[in-house]
Ligand binder design. Structure first.
Ligand code: AMP
Ligand code: GLY
Length: 436
């Protein structure tokens, strides 16, 4: 008999979600809504996910063994590191269903040079860029001295969101190249220097089976730690969706100039891409341009775009695996969503963990039927007490009939949550773009 967790209790489909952040809690929540799904395991999960498995997202062979031993029907993956390491390929070799792009496709996030060259080849609107492969710092400095500032310096490889420097002076840019070379190991060995674009940023998330795609709502992240986009970059302090910035006309332009050429490129290069594709856009005076591809869902964008979707995600997963997304009936709600992230006060610096979180039960009571969700990120459950265990602690999401309603409701909900040294931005969704 196969070993595993209580096989005799298996009634429906079993799911494995890989990762432990807010995004993964949303995936667990959404998949547990499916009428087909019995159990949703999460590796390694957090204080909000229920069936946590102590296997690192990077221990791919242990995840494959877990999926085999526990009759996992679908595996969904959050973090880019697992994708770049080839988790999808390993599952497919083992004949296990996984909704994630393969290692070859994941290079679209794993190498910024590769991604930019792909975008250029398929005529996707992007900033001017020059790749520096195995180049000395001096070559970069020479180029900076010619083109001047502002200029953007980007490490080629994955740097946990810390490899991009938007530089307003030549000296800042030169310092950035030296920093990449000295501090990011092989990820900073190659780099890109690119034109600095100006305009509001919008996140576009697609789900694709490699042949066709469906679009989740356009959303907007808030990366800086403090109000009015001040302070250091973070993993994301809040998000909302949809956005007024994307008119019908602009949506059509994005489809024609960005989405279709991207899909055409994926097909032409035989990527056999399947899963999520996140396209970061900047809306410039010359039209929308691509800042980057991520081969995964964004965080905290997931916390707003997934509750806005009406579909059964087990069925979505099957449609992707069977490459039948074209005929899949897709529906997003005609509502708005806002997520405010509660963080440990000193985040993204050194912060204290282990603080007891109060108010979760009260929030759950008013919760989902009324369009409120407390998505956990850096939390841990000890016995039945939930404590902080990370910088970004909870993503409090609310749905509303319009943008301001969603924002007001998210702020009324976050007031219920209390923990020592908690903090949050008070201006999520309150910028001029949506409200004027
Ligand atoms: P990326 O990881 O490439 O999306 O870059 C992180 C952030 O850097 C983006 O969200 C932008 O705010 C900024 N950024 C990246 N590329 C550019 C660019 N070419 N021009 C201006 N800002 C950029
Ligand atoms: N919210 C940006 C990201 O997930 O990369």
């Amino acid at each position: 008999m196969k070993k595993g967790i209580k096989q005799e209790e298996k009634k429906g489909k079993n799911i494995l979600v890989v990762g432990s952040g807010g995004r993964e809690h949303v995936l667990c929540w959404k998949l547990s809504q499916s009428k087909h799904v019995d159990k949703v395991f999460c590796a390694q999960g957090n204080g909000g996910t229920k069936l946590n498995i102590n296997i690192s997202p990077n221990d791919i062979s242990a995840l494959v063994n877990f999926a085999k031993d526990n009759n996992i029907d679908q595996t969904w993956v959050g973090p880019e590191d697992s994708l770049v390491k080839g988790i999808a390929d390993a599952f497919e070799i083992a004949n296990l269903n996984i909704i994630a792009p393969n290692k070859r496709s994941a290079v679209l996030e794993g190498s910024k040079i590769f991604a930019r060259e792909f975008m250029k080849k398929y005529n996707i609107p992007i900033p001017n860029f020059v790749p520096f492969k195995n180049s000395s710092v001096d070559l970069g400095i020479e180029y900076i001295n010619i083109v001047g500032a502002p200029i953007v310096v980007k490490a080629d490889g994955l740097c946990a969101g810390k490899g991009v420097y938007v530089c307003n002076s030549k000296s800042e840019a030169i310092k950035a190249i030296k920093n990449l070379k000295n501090n990011f190991g092989s990820a900073g060995n190659d780099y890109i220097l690119e034109e600095c674009l100006v305009g509001p940023e919008v996140s576009l998330t697609l789900v694709t089976d490699g042949k066709s795609y469906k679009k989740l709502s356009y959303s907007r992240d808030h990366k800086r730690r403090f109000n009015n986009d001040k302070g250091p970059n973070t993993g994301g302090m809040g998000a909302y969706a949809p956005t007024k910035l994307i008119t019908k006309e602009l949506d059509q332009i994005i489809e024609d100039t960005i989405i279709e050429p991207t899909l055409e490129g994926l097909r032409a290069e035989n990527f056999d891409y399947k899963g999520f594709l996140y396209i970061a856009l900047m809306l410039t005076d010359e039209g929308p341009k691509v800042l980057e591809y991520n081969v995964r869902l964004g965080d905290p964008e997931t916390q707003v775009i997934v509750p806005l979707n009406n579909n059964d995600w087990y069925e979505l997963g099957q449609a992707i695996i069977e490459k039948k997304l074209d005929g899949f009936e897709w529906s997003n709600k005609q509502a708005h969503a806002c997520c405010v992230v509660a963080v440990s006060k000193l985040y993204p610096g050194k912060y204290r963990s282990g603080c007891k979180i109060l108010g979760l039960k009260q929030l759950t009571e008013i919760s989902e039927l009324n369009g409120f969700y407390a998505f956990h990120a850096g939390t841990k459950k000890d016995e039945s007490i939930v404590r902080t265990a990370g910088g970004r602690v909870l993503g409090i999401t609310a749905l509303g009939t319009d943008h301001l309603d969603a924002v007001d409701r998210a702020y009324s909900a976050i007031k219920i949550i209390k923990f020592d040294n908690s903090a949050y931005r008070t201006d999520i969704g309150k910028n001029n773009f949506e409200n004027e």
